[in-house]
Ligand binder design. Structure first.
Ligand code: SF4
Ligand code: SF4
Ligand code: FES
Length: 340
């Protein structure tokens, strides 16, 4: 039973059991396999062994390897506290910040004392775990990542305070540390040169939705078309070490499409697609893929794709008979709630 104490008039449970000294003094020998690279020698894997305790971050692992075993190893890290964004890499194959990852926790998570470290995907390698982030920074600067207030405010003649509701809307999206992890793992960045990428969208939306900003039209032109190029795979949501949810900013930016005067083909197609999905679910309780496709891309494109499906033997999948949904009232309620 936990001990109960009075703190400021309230009963508070106090853990009277001291942590077992086995956990407190836990130490493990780990094997770190690093994917090394140099422009002269190419790529190779190298192994290092060292002891870690329950406080050892992966940046500390790298620091000790470099200082105690191999000064030729290159990596980036500065703050060691998930603020500077410089230690992004793949740890056991997953994009993570090294300083936010404890070595012992990893051995438990993967049930292995072996840990692999690789540079982030997508970016060109410079040396070992160091990558060239120019492409990432170019994406970020394309969205003009600063506030453009009015002349009056710049001249100090007026003040424009954020109301708490606006601050709440923007705060989360302003916390990006420019680590590049989300972009390195985004499939749409790889497949579509016109897509700005998740981090740039998070940054762009943070200013698009800021009522103090004065270049809204320009921001919409930069952001809205690109927002329809995301495939909603949610990978950026999963990997962001600051829980920024870039995909949420993309969804919110799409909602600005209705304010666009000159819509691009991509925006028009995206809007048709979303409306067709909503209509078929309302009508039948289901997402009717064939109807959605026809309404999104038109008859000519649909016919040509049908020919391809006939040839490849996939037509049978489109002819599966759906079981109709009987009560559509609950679905209508959910749809209304989602639109509000
Ligand atoms: S949800 Fe969109 S932006 Fe995020 S990783 Fe997937 S495709 Fe990229
Ligand atoms: S959105 Fe998250 S993952 Fe992407 S660059 Fe910013 S902090 Fe890193
Ligand atoms: S060292 Fe700064 S974010 Fe990891």
């Amino acid at each position: 039973m936990p001990e109960v104490k009075q703190v400021e008039g309230k009963n508070v449970e106090v853990n009277s059991q001291p942590k077992s000294s086995a956990i407190r003094n836990e130490e493990k020998e780990i094997v770190v396999k690093i994917k090394r690279f140099s422009p002269d020698k190419g790529e190779w894997w190298q192994e290092y062994k060292l002891k870690v305790d329950r406080f050892t971050q992966m940046t500390e692992v790298l620091r000790r390897i470099k200082t105690e075993q191999d000064p030729s190893l290159s990596y980036r890290a500065a703050c060691h506290m998930a603020v500077c964004g410089s230690c992004g890499m793949k740890i056991n194959g997953a994009p993570r910040l090294a300083c936010k990852t404890l070595a012992i926790e990893l051995t438990k998570e993967y049930n292995s004392n072996e840990i692999t470290l690789e540079p982030m995907d997508l970016y060109p390698r410079v040396k070992d775990l160091v990558v060239d982030l120019d492409d990432f920074y170019e994406r970020m600067y394309k969205v003009k990542p600063r506030l453009y207030p009015s002349e009056e405010i710049l001249e100090g003649k007026a003040e424009h305070r954020l109301v708490p509701e606006d601050q709440r809307e923007l705060w989360k999206f302003a916390q990006c540390i420019w680590c590049g992890l989300c972009v390195s793992s985004c499939p749409s960045v790889r497949n579509d040169a016109e897509f700005l990428g998740p981090a740039a969208h998070a940054k762009g939306y943070r200013f698009l939705a800021d009522p103090r900003d004065t270049i809204t039209e320009e921001r919409m032109k930069i952001l809205v078309d690109s927002s329809w190029r995301c495939t909603y795979c949610y990978q950026c949501f999963n990997v962001c070490p600051r829980d920024i949810e870039p995909v949420t900013t993309i969804k919110k930016t799409r909602a600005w499409s209705s304010k666009m005067k000159d819509k691009t083909k991509v925006i028009e197609t995206g809007e048709k697609h979303i409306n067709a999905i909503a209509d078929t679910i309302r009508k039948s309780g289901k997402l009717l893929e064939a109807e959605v496709y026809l309404r999104t891309y038109g008859l000519v494109q649909a016919m040509s794709d049908m020919l391809y499906m006939l040839k490849s033997g996939r037509m049978k999948y489109t002819l599966i008979k759906e079981v109709p949904v009987k009560d559509l009232n609950d679905i209508e309620k959910v749809m209304k709630g989602d639109e509000q």
